[in-house]
Every structure is written in structure tokens, then in C-alpha cells.
Design a binder for this molecule. Structure first.
Ligand code: BG6
Length: 483
């Protein structure tokens, strides 16, 4: 049942990069599709900078229209009119009291007190200010309507730097808000093909008997970007590729690939299964890690001259359970590589008793390409068409652009913000999940931070360090044609 009453969306950190590039455009697309009706919704931007409503609107305007939205400029102007700006600090009462007053004004004018009031706080901020901001929201800005409604907060990664700091952050926030009020965003969970994993795995008889150690040789989950840290060197250097991509985005994907069938589609049932996967991961071995740093990374003025932060990493995770014992899950991520791509590659074992002697031509592989150009395809052996009885590797290909022409695939942030409004936590990271994810990577991260493991230099625009390909081969991955 759709909730009635007014909805206030408050973007904290409104003048920052994330808000401009992701949050506001996502809100705009939701608005254009009718999910944010102007008679119910108001959007507030909050940040330290002292600017006017119009200045904020002008800063955002240029980011709203993308190739994905052909919305006319009148939609842009109408949307921008929904946004009001409040300036204030992140740890003092005054700004938050003003913010509360503005929200309440809007609620009284829109609601005529006929419905509940909903307040969604989106923290597009660095985690160092989460505790103070949450305290301020709790103290001054909670929904006060006695007709129901809610207050929810959305937080972005990085949730801490390691197990200790993440747990501390979680307890600080946990003292102020209950778990159902906290939405920890990992935007990979909003991607179309990541969301498709559950359907693929559990709605297809094809996969059910094959998805295990008896048939699957190895699984690769890969993220590549063909650009460096450009302008984000300061942030990136503090975190590195493992905290930026692997510990969250790739690990979340791994959970969906590896988990058992949940009891139902209820968010808690799905998240219970994900936690079990994380808790079954064995400690990472040093010899199953390759770190890299692209040449030129330290030329960025915001990066220290002697930084040993990895911009590339390949890490093998091993899941100690009945389904996956012995199957390496190879997580690989890198900046400044030769292409931009994110994909899952499930490689099957060789056919026993091969009568075609076609082993060298490659193995069966099921590839799910998350981006760009969403697709999934199966590499399989077929008879080479013609008079000879020879084999060739070919593909069964489901390319979304061709198959679903005219269907717009929503942006991850758009979908996730809509979920927060609807109160669906399925695609958000639960506190125990976060803890288990940090438990896996913290020992390795500490070794890197202490300078006990150093990245190997690689050329920008390359595949990354050759050692990573060697590790892949050692793990059993067989290179197939065209990869
Ligand atoms: C972010 C990382 O979480 O994800 C960035 O901080 C990275 O470093 C980005 O570039 C990649 O997201 P996407 O959706 O473009 O794959």
C-alpha cells in the first residue's frame, strides 16, 4: 500500500561530488517517472557552504540530463524548484534546527496533516562526520508527526577503514537509529545484472544442479577501469582499491553468486544467506594476493610521494562449505587498466573423457557482464559448421541492448533511493554483513598499511601486473579466446 503524506528528502553534503553526480540526478530521474509527486515531495540540500537556493540549483543543473534521460528543460526547471538549500555545520545545533524548521514548514503546507510525514536523510558525506550528523538528526530533525511516518538515513561507503573502526562507527550510529532505519548503500547492489543474479540462480533449472564444486572450476569477479584516480587521489590514497572496490562491491557480488537459496525473498532471508557466505570465507593467504600500483599514480599532487596504496589487486577467496570447497573465487579490481568493464566469469571444469580432444579450445564459461553493455553469454563448444567433424567455441548470447530494445535500464542509485522510500532493505548491507566483510579483509589491509606487502608497479593502460595473470593461471583459470 503506498504511503500517503509528504516526503522530505534531505541531501547532506549537497554541494559535494557524490550529491551532484549521483544523488540529485537519481532523484531527478525518479521525479521524471512520477515517483516523486511534487504535491508530496520536497528536497532539501544541506552543506556548510553559504549559497542561495538558486546557486545550488545552478550547480546541480548541468548533471541532471544525461544520455539516459531525454527530459525537456521544463522538467529540469520544475524539479529544481522542489529543492531548497539550508547551510550549516555538521556538528552544531543551529543548522539542524533551521533545517528542521524548514522541513516542518513544508510538511504543514503540503500535508494539511492528513497523512504521515516521511523524512529521508541521505548522507553524501565522509564517514568522519556520520556520528555527529546522526546525533544532530536524532536530536533535532526526527519525524514528529503523530499520524505516523518515519525517519530513515542512507549512508555511503566507506563504512570505516577496518573491522575496529567499522564496528565503532556501527555502534555509534546504532545507538541513535535502529537497523530498519539505516540504509547502507553499496551501489553495485542496484545494478540490473547484480539484481538479476537471484533470478538466474534460483529460477533456472539449468543452473541448479551445476552450481557447485563438482562442476565449477573457478569464479572470477572482475572490475576494471580505464582511468586513474583523477581528482580523487586524496580520498583514494587513504583507502586503496581493496577498500574502494573489493571489500564492498565485489564481495557483495560474490555473496550473491555463492549463497544458498534463501527461504523467501524477504530482505532478512536474503541477507541471512549472504552473511553465511561471508562467515565461511577462509583467511586470505599472502601467496594468493597480487597488488599493483600504476606508474604515474604518485604524480598526483594529492598523493604522497612514497605512497604504497594499491590501485590494483587480485585476491583469491576460498569458501569453506559443502558447495564451494576447493573452488577459488578470484576477485580482481584495478584502476588505469586497458578497459572499463565489470563482469562475473564462472568457469566450468573440463568434460571428463573428452572424445573430441577439444580441451585446448577452451572451457564452458558463463559470463555475466555488469557493465558496460549489460549482457550474459555462455561459451560453449559446437560443431564447426561445414563438412568436417571439428569443434569450435561459440557463444549463446543475451545482450540486453538487443533483446530489450527501448527498455531503459535504471541507474543503480535511482533504484536504491526508491527502495529506501519504499522501506525495502533487500539491497542494502546489514550490520552483521558489514562486520563479516571487514573480518575477511582486515588482516590483509593491516599488512599493507604496515608496509609488509607492497604493490608491483604496472603501466597505466595495461592489464595490470603480469604476476596477477600468473596467479590466475595457478588458480586454475584457463584463458579462453577473445578475453
Ligand atoms: C565507487 C568507487 O564506489 O565505484 C570508485 O569509489 C569507482 O572508485 C566507482 O570508480 C565505480 O562505479 P561504477 O558504477 O562506475 O562501476
Amino acid at each position: 500500500v503506498p504511503e500517503i503524506g509528504c516526503l522530505s528528502i534531505i541531501v547532506l553534503g549537497a554541494s559535494g561530488d557524490l550529491a551532484k553526480k549521483k544523488t540529485f540526478p537519481a532523484l531527478f530521474h525518479l521525479y521524471c517517472q512520477g515517483f516523486l509527486p511534487p504535491n508530496e515531495v520536497h528536497i532539501f540540500g544541506y552543506a556548510r557552504t553559504k549559497i542561495s537556493d538558486d546557486e545550488l540549483r545552478n550547480r546541480i543543473r548541468g548533471y541532471l540530463v544525461s544520455e539516459r534521460s531525454a527530459s525537456p528543460s521544463k522538467d529540469v526547471s520544475k524539479f529544481l524548484q522542489l529543492i531548497k538549500y539550508v547551510s550549516g555545520s555538521y556538528d552544531a545545533a543551529e543548522g539542524f534546527q533551521t533545517l528542521d524548521m524548514e522541513i516542518s514548514k513544508h510538511e504543514t503546507s503540503k500535508n494539511s496533516l492528513e497523512g504521515s510525514s516521511r523524512r529521508l536523510f541521505y548522507l553524501a558525506l565522509p564517514p568522519s562526520v556520520y556520528p555527529s550528523v546522526c546525533r544532530m538528526i536524532r536530536r533535532y530533525c526526527m519525524n514528529k508527526s503523530n499520524l505516523g511516518g518515519w525517519t530513515r538515513i542512507v549512508v555511503e561507503k566507506p563504512f570505516g577503514r577496518d573491522l575496529g573502526s567499522a564496528e565503532e562507527l556501527s555502534s555509534q550510529i546504532g545507538e541513535l537509529f535502529d537497523e530498519p532505519q539505516i540504509y547502507r548503500i553499496d551501489h553495485y547492489l542496484g545494478k540490473e545484472l547484480v539484481q538479476n543474479l537471484l533470478v538466474l540462480r534460483f529460477a533456472n533449472r539449468f543452473f541448479l544442479p551445476l552450481w557447485n564444486r563438482d562442476n565449477i572450476d573457478n569464479v572470477q569477479i572482475v572490475f576494471r577501469e580505464d582511468f586513474g584516480t583523477e581528482g580523487r587521489g586524496g580520498y583514494f590514497d587513504e583507502y586503496g582499491i581493496i577498500r574502494d572496490i573489493i571489500q564492498n562491491h565485489l564481495l557483495q557480488v560474490l555473496c550473491l553468486v555463492a549463497m544458498e537459496k534463501p527461504v523467501s525473498l524477504k530482505p532478512e532471508h536474503i541477507r541471512d544467506e549472504k552473511v553465511k557466505v561471508l562467515q565461511s570465507v577462509l583467511p586470505i593467504k599472502d601467496e594468493e594476493v597480487v597488488l599493483g600500483q600504476y606508474e604515474g599514480y604518485r604524480d598526483d599532487p594529492t598523493v604522497p610521494d612514497h605512497s604504497n596504496t594499491p590501485t590494483f589487486a587480485t585476491v583469491i577467496l576460498r569458501i569453506h562449505n559443502e558447495r564451494w570447497e576447493g573452488v577459488p573465487f578470484i576477485l580482481k579490481a584495478g584502476k588505469a587498466l586497458n578497459s572499463r568493464k565489470a563482469e562475473i566469469r564462472v568457469q566450468f571444469k573440463d568434460v571428463p573423457g573428452d572424445i573430441f580432444k577439444c580441451k585446448k579450445q577452451g572451457r564452458n564459461e558463463f559470463v555475466i557482464r555488469l557493465q558496460p553493455s549489460e549482457a550474459m553469454y555462455m561459451k560453449l563448444m559446437v560443431k564447426q559448421p561445414g563438412l568436417e567433424m571439428s569443434t569450435v567455441q561459440s557463444e549463446l548470447d543475451l545482450s540486453y541492448r538487443q533483446r530489450y530494445q527501448g527498455v531503459t535500464i535504471p541507474e543503480a542509485y535511482e533504484r536504491l533511493i526508491l527502495d529506501t522510500i519504499r522501506g525495502d532493505q533487500q539491497h542494502f548491507v546489514r550490520r552483521d554483513e558489514l562486520k563479516a566483510a571487514w573480518e575477511i579483509f582486515t588482516p590483509l589491509l593491516h599488512r599493507i598499511d604496515n608496509g609488509e606487502m607492497n604493490p608491483i608497479p604496472y603501466q597505466a593502460g595495461s592489464r595490470g601486473p603480469a604476476e596477477a595473470d600468473e596467479l590466475l593461471e595457478k588458480a586454475g583459470y584457463v584463458q579462453t579466446h577473445g578475453y
